[in-house]
Design a protein around this ligand. Structure first.
Ligand code: SAM
Ligand code: DTB
Ligand code: SF4
Length: 339
């Protein structure tokens, strides 16, 4: 017994206080948001909400700077999951041609082109429920080669095992994208082949392996207003909040169960971006899928609301995105620079 107490005493010996950085402030997102607080934000008059979001945005981020990520689908279609929004699921007939994992040299060449086009991060996506162990060597090679070019690296490959997360992290993967997509209460309506908890499990492994988390959702899937609040609560109450939060407007694809969904009004979309910015002040909030269908004015409202990241390049994974020249013109009009 005495030995145990001595050991405990030795362990609890006061340590020198850690040296904090000069600009140290407690993690603001460590707060737990309640539904009532988020309801109150959504109930604000639009201009009041936008002003609040823009004010917070400027406290944490450079005004007029937008981060640019480029996507590449490294393995397209034929996916075992049944996500109701996705044209890459093998459960639905969308006419999409499936293909196998791309060779590393093709991926590396695409990353070089993305860098030349101004992208700062290269995000490689695969239509998998989870990667196979036999693909890990090739995936890790892609990560280390893209990283060596001076690009930030991101992958989205579905669920990971602890060993796979560790290997990707060791290869230099900066971010792992794994979206929760909708509120926990709404999850079963959209996807039946996995659970919300499966998503949280992989997100935890990503954190534990030391990678940054990119996690967001989709709006315009026929969800209720309270589901959008539930999505933001689930994202912001992850502790810490994801470093990167992609907000996708559904790109409806004929043949998918959600192919007939009605678009969200641009003002409602900007409102959601503003609430996300306020709830996750430190995070990059990415105006993601759906920009092709948005007017310049709607995108400008989203930047005003605190969006500070976009996907660049004329394709997302399989669907269209504004061209480089359209984005250049928009940025010039708004006085925005790529980060
Ligand atoms: N299979 C992996 C997974 O689901 O995690 C990675 C690729 S998956 C295509 C990545 C994300 O793309 C999904 O989580 C979803 O948020 C988004 N997405 C897929 N189809 C979309 C669509 N039609 N419109 C908007 N976002 C979409
Ligand atoms: C995210 O949240 N959106 C991106 C990325 N993460 C992987 C994907 C959007 C896909 C849109 C449909 C498509 O192009 O296939
Ligand atoms: Fe597969 Fe990802 Fe599409 Fe779901 S979203 S069907 S997991 S590719």
């Amino acid at each position: 017994m005495a030995l145990i107490i001595d050991t405990l005493k030795a362990k609890s010996k006061p340590k020198a206080a850690p040296k904090l950085p000069e600009n140290y402030a407690p993690h603001p997102t460590a707060q737990t948001w309640t539904r009532a607080q988020v309801d109150a934000l959504f109930a604000l008059p639009f201009m009041d909400l936008l002003l609040k979001a823009q004010t917070i945005h400027r406290e944490y981020h450079a005004a007029n700077k937008v981060q640019m990520s480029q996507l590449l689908s490294i393995k397209t279609g034929g996916c075992a999951e049944d996500c109701g929004y996705c044209n890459q699921s093998a459960h639905f007939d969308t006419g999409l041609k499936a293909s196998k994992l791309m060779d590393s040299d093709v991926v590396i060449a695409a990353a070089r082109k993305a860098k030349a086009g101004g992208a700062g991060r290269f995000c490689m996506g695969a239509a998998w429920r989870e990667p196979k162990d036999r693909d890990m060597d090739a995936l890790c090679e892609m990560v280390s080669e893209v990283k060596a070019m001076g690009l930030e690296t991101c992958m989205t490959l579905g669920m990971l095992s602890p060993n796979q997360a560790e290997r990707l992290s060791q290869s230099g993967l900066d971010y792992y994208n794994h979206n929760i997509d909708t509120a926990p209460e709404d999850y079963g309506r959209v996807i039946s082949t996995r659970t919300f908890e499966d998503r949280l499990h992989t997100l935890n492994l990503v954190r534990e392996s030391g990678m940054k988390v990119c996690c967001g959702g989709i709006v315009g899937m026929g969800e209720q207003a309270e589901d959008r609040i539930g999505l933001l609560l689930a994202l912001a109450n992850l502790n810490p909040a994801p470093e990167s939060v992609p907000i996708n407007a559904l790109v409806p694809v004929a043949g998918t169960p959600l192919g007939d969904s009605k678009a969200v009004h641009p003002i409602e979309f900007a409102r959601l971006i503003a609430v996300a910015r306020i709830m996750m002040p430190e995070s990059y909030v990415r105006l993601s899928a759906g920009r092709e269908e948005m007017s310049d004015e709607a995108q400008a409202l989203c930047f005003m609301a605190g969006a500070n990241s976009i996907f660049v390049g004329e394709t997302l994974l399989t669907t269209d995105n504004p061209s480089e020249s359209e984005d250049r013109t928009l940025f010039a009009r708004l006085g925005i620079e790529g980060e």
